[in-house]
Design a protein around this ligand. Structure first.
Ligand code: UDP
Length: 344
C-alpha cells in the first residue's frame, strides 16, 4: 500500500508556479516543511519571529531563488505581496520550557496569529493548514485518542496556555471554514522528533538525546510509567502534506501509534548511545498526561497515510545526526546554551 500512497502524494505535489507561506519556518517542523516544498518545486515564503526558531535550520535555503524569508511576528498584521496558494501555520512555541517562559506569546500566536493568517488566507483565496496538537486532548480519559474525543484539559494549569491556544485555533479555523467558506485543514500533531530539534528544551526526546550525547544521566520524570508515542519527522511531514492535498476539512491525528513507557524509552536511549548512563528520577511536572497514543485510523482511511520509520531507525538517524555535529553546532542546537542568547 505504501508505494501507492507515495505516488498519490508525489503526483499531487507536482504542481507548478504555486506559492506557499510557511509560518514558524525556522522551527523544527517548519524548516522540514520548507525543505519538502522547495524540493517539490514550490515557491516558499518562510516566516518566523525567531523567538524559538533559529535561522540555522533554514540557512541552506537562502541561496535558493524560490525561497524568501520574512522576519515577522504573525501576531501583528501579516502582509505578503503577490499571490499565495497555500498557508501552513506552524508558528508556536511547543515545549513546556518555552510556554512557561513566554506564556502570553504562546497564547497570542495561537489566537491572534491564527486570526491574522486566516484573514490572509481569505484575502488571497488560499488553502490554509493549521498545526494543532495532541495537547488538545489534555490528560486524556480515552485511549488511544481519536479525533472525536473532546479532551480533558486544565484551562488554568501551566500547559493551559498552549492547550487552550491550540483549542481556540481549531475553533476559529472551523468558524472561518463554516462562515466564510475558507478552505481549511487541521492537523493534530503527536510527539515528533528528528534532526534539527533543539536539545534539552524540556521535552523528552530532546532531553534524553542531549543527555546521551553529553554522557549525562537520563532524567525520568515521575515513575516513568507514563506513555508516549513518537513519530519520526519524515513521516510527520508526509502526513501533513497528504492532509493538505486531501479534501478533508475536519481535524486529523498524525503521529506514530507505537506506544512506549518513558522508562522503557530511557533504557532504549542508553542502549543506543552505549555509554551506560544511570537513570535518575525527578518530580513529574504538573498536568503531565499519563498516556498518549494517536488513533490514526482516520489518516489511514482518508489519506492512505501511516508512519513507516520505526523508533529504532528514527532514533538512530537522529542520534547519528547530533553525534556528527561539531561542538559549536551542537551548542547552537542546545537549549541550555541557546537560552543564554537571551532571546526571551
Ligand atoms: N520527561 C521525562 N524526562 C525529561 C523530559 C520529559 O521523563 O527529561 C517525560 C515528561 O514528564 C512526559 C514525557 O516525558 O511524561 C513526554 O514529555 P514531553 O515534554 O516530551 O512531551 P509531552 O508531555 O508534551 O508529550
Amino acid at each position: 500500500m505504501f508505494p501507492l500512497e507515495e505516488k498519490k502524494q508525489n503526483d499531487t505535489m507536482n504542481e507548478t508556479n504555486k506559492r506557499v507561506l510557511i509560518t514558524g519556518a525556522a522551527g523544527f517542523l517548519g524548516s522540514h516543511l520548507c525543505d519538502k516544498f522547495i524540493a517539490k518545486g514550490y515557491d516558499v515564503i518562510g516566516m518566523d519571529n525567531l523567538i524559538t526558531g533559529d535561522l540555522k535550520n533554514i540557512e541552506h535555503l537562502f541561496k535558493i531563488d524560490s525561497f524568501e524569508f520574512y522576519h515577522h511576528d504573525v501576531t501583528k498584521f501579516v502582509h505578503v505581496p503577490g499571490r499565495i496558494h497555500y498557508i501552513l501555520h506552524f508558528a508556536s512555541p511547543a515545549s513546556p520550557i518555552d510556554y512557561l517562559k513566554i506564556p502570553i506569546q504562546t497564547l497570542k500566536v495561537g489566537s491572534l496569529g491564527t486570526h491574522n493568517l486566516l484573514g490572509l488566507a481569505k484575502e488571497k483565496n488560499a488553502r490554509i493548514l493549521i498545526a494543532s496538537t495532541s495537547e488538545v486532548y489534555g490528560d486524556p480519559l480515552v485511549h488511544p485518542q481519536n479525533e472525536e474525543y473532546y479532551g480533558n484539559v486544565n484551562t488554568i494549569g501551566p500547559r493551559g496556555v498552549y492547550d487552550e491556544a491550540k483549542r481556540f485555533q481549531e475553533s476559529i479555523t472551523m468558524a472561518y471554514h463554516r462562515f466564510h467558506g475558507l478552505d481549511t485543514r487541521i492537523v493534530r500533531i503527536f510527539n515528533t522528533y528528528g534532526p534539527r530539534m533543539r536539545l534539552n528544551d524540556g521535552r523528552v526526546i530532546p532531553a534524553f538525546m542531549g543527555q546521551a550525547i553529553r554522557g549525562e544521566d537520563i532524567t525520568v520524570f515521575g515513575d516513568g510509567l507514563q506513555t508516549r508515542s513518537f513519530c519520526y519527522i519524515d513521516d510527520q511531514v508526509n502526513g501533513i502534506c497528504s492532509l493538505l492535498f486531501s479534501d478533508y476539512t475536519l481535524p486529523v491525528n498524525i503521529g506514530n501509534p507505537d506506544e512506549i513507557t518513558i522508562l522503557d524509552f530511557a533504557e532504549e536511549i542508553i542502549k543506543l548511545s552505549g555509554t551506560g548512563q544511570k537513570i535518575i528520577f525527578e518530580k513529574l511536572p504538573e498536568d503531565d498526561p499519563l498516556q498518549r497514543q494517536p488513533d490514526i485510523s482516520k489518516a489511514k482511511e482518508i489519506l492512505g497515510w501511516e508512519p513507516k520509520v520505526t523508533r529504532e531507525e528514527g532514533m538512530k538517524r537522529t542520534y547519528d545526526y547530533f553525534k556528527n555535529l561539531s561542538k559549536d553546532e551542537l551548542a547552537k542546537r542546545d537549549h541550555k546554551d541557546f537560552s543564554k542568547h537571551n532571546k526571551f
